[in-house]
Each structure stands twice: as structure tokens, then as C-alpha cells.
Design a protein around this ligand. Sequence first.
Ligand code: BG6
Length: 367
Amino acid sequence: MISPRRGERIVVGVDGSDGSQASVHWSVTEAGLRGVGVHLVMAWQQPQPYGAANDLVLGMDPSGDTGRILADAAEIELSQFGAEAEQGQRSVISREAVEGHPADVLVQAGRDAAMLADPASVGLDRGLRAVLFDLDGVLTRTARVHAAAWKEMFDAYLRKTARRTGTPFVAFDAGTDYDRYVDGKSRDDGTRSFLAARDIILPEGSPQDRAGLGTVQGLGKAKNEIVLRRMREDGVEVFEGSVRYVQAVRQAGLRCAVVSSSTNCQAVLAAAHIEDLFDRRIDGLTARDEKLPGKPAPDMFLAAAHALGMTPGQCAVVEDALAGVEAGRAGGFGQVIGVDRAGQAQALLDRGADIVVSDLAELLAQP
Ligand SMILES: O=P(O)(O)OC[C@H]1O[C@@H](O)[C@H](O)[C@@H](O)[C@@H]1O
């Protein structure tokens, strides 16, 4: 068998699971389209009971098992590859068993590859094919801009109400009130949810209401003017570890979508220069147009999975908001990753995150 040259191959990690076979299958198809080869890599390690020397381990043959698993993985695909080859595609499958830690082995094998197709190389379960990223607080440092804008708007409203009714003014807390009632939700849901927590019911009003009028729409409009002003004045910053992570996810052969409740999502992506990293965008405007219920309902994430041609089980959800991880759990997604930016790791786990990191780069084999 001819071995594909390093820069002309997709490297895929194999571990004998159904998920890894799905990665192999996808890689063969992708390689056919790109006209490059596929290189299957499986790492093995000598089991090393405490205190035992390598050659004293009995009854196990990790190297031999590895070779067999690799041969099976290649065999399953070779039948399909054979059919494609007949149609004029030039893919070649090679394979290699390497002793060492799986992450190190793959990173090494993936050097100079056209693509490293292995969800495990980016800390994801094998079998996942796409990642759905929240925006504010996950990719960009804009959750705190939203939190400050909500505070400015609600405090102005609450102060005025306190003066008018002769009751004490209790400020909006940009930490707890934001996380609990507003973060991750659509603007209207966030407004209603915080007001309800203070037993305040306001009329809905209409999109034509002036900013600051005592309606859900009027207050939301005032908050949006503040957010836009702050972003204009201060710019939009990314989380560098997140950008690196999205790039690695793409390099690992997974597709990416951004799923944000914000109606300003497109503008924020553009200001941060990260629009091109995503295959699909489902945002506050999509939700409005397609009448999708907002987070914590799973519908926006489900729409993103559908747009990418994936089942929920093939997608990971990455979220910093409590409402967001709840949506990921409710939708039955393959993996829910919480990003803790506000010291609420336990709350993210309680609401449905499978794992919590404080920076997405922690998921990379070499952060
Ligand atoms: O008001 P926008 O830009 O449509 O955003 C709505 C919401 O979008 C979410 O992404 C943020 O977590 C919330 O804080 C924000 O309020």
C-alpha cells in the first residue's frame, strides 16, 4: 500500500470505539473530496502495575491488540474506499500503531497533516462531529459589557420608580442578578425575568416605544443603546484561548456554529474578526424570524445542529451561562461544556454541564 505523504493526508485517531469508527468514516469521505490520503493512528501504552517492570506484565498484548483494532478500522473503510477509488478518487489509507500517550502521539502524527481528524485531540468525546459555541462570555469578552449595560438601564429605572413610589432603591447586581435572571437569555426574556424577580409586571409595549419607557420593549431598547455605545467606545475583545480552541476544533475536522441569543451577534463577530471561523450562525435575529423559543429552551441549538446536518448527539454545546447549559442538557446534545467566567462552576455542573473549564484552551492536548 502506498503511504500518503505527510502534508497530503488527514490524520485520524482510532481507539476501537463506534465514535472513532465514525471519525474514520468521515475522514475517508473528506479525504476523497480533497484528494488526499487518510492516516490512521492508534496509541498504545504498556500497562504498568505499580512497582512492576515492563517485561513482567503478563497476559496482555497491547501492541498486538492495537494492531488488530487498527486493521479492523481500516478494513471496514477499505471496502468503501475501494468503491470510491473506482470512481476516480485517489484516497489512500495507511495505518500506524505508536507507543505513547494518545494525545502526544496524535499531536506528533498530526504535524504537517492537512487535517487532524480527532475530537479527542480537542478534549471532546469521540463520535462528536460539530461544536456549537455561545458567543458572549465564551468567544468574546462581551458578557461583562452586557452585564454593565443591564445594570445601567435597570438602575436608572429602579431609581426613578423608588423616587415615585417612596420605596427604597435596591440596585441591580451585575453579578448575581445578571447570572441568575438575564445571562444567556434573549433581551426581552431577560427584562421580564429580572422584573418578575422583583415582582414588577410591565406592559409589553411595542418596538416603536421610546428608549427607557416603562415597558418591556422600552427598557430593552434603552439597554441596547447602552450596549452598542459601550462596544463602540471600548471595542470588542476576544478570549484568545477560545479563538485558538475554535481553530483547533476546525483543524480536527469538526464543524462549528455560533449560537447566541444576541441580536447583535453578527456585529460582534465582525468587530472581533472571527466571523470566518463559523459554518453557521443562529442568533437572536434568527430566533425572532423563525419564532424559536430562547435559551434555556434547546431550540436554538437544535436549529444549529440541523443547519450543520448533524444530530444533537453528534454536537457539543459550549456555554458560560446557566440558561445556556440548561439548553444543552435539555436538547440531548453529545457533550455540554461549561465555561466558568464568574466563579459559578458548581452551578454550571448542577444545570447540566458535563465538564467545566475556565479557559477553552485547557481542552487542547497542548494548551
Ligand atoms: O440585547 P442583545 O444584544 O440582543 O442580547 C441579548 C442577550 O444576549 C446574550 O448572549 C447575553 O448573554 C445577554 O446578556 C444579552 O442580554
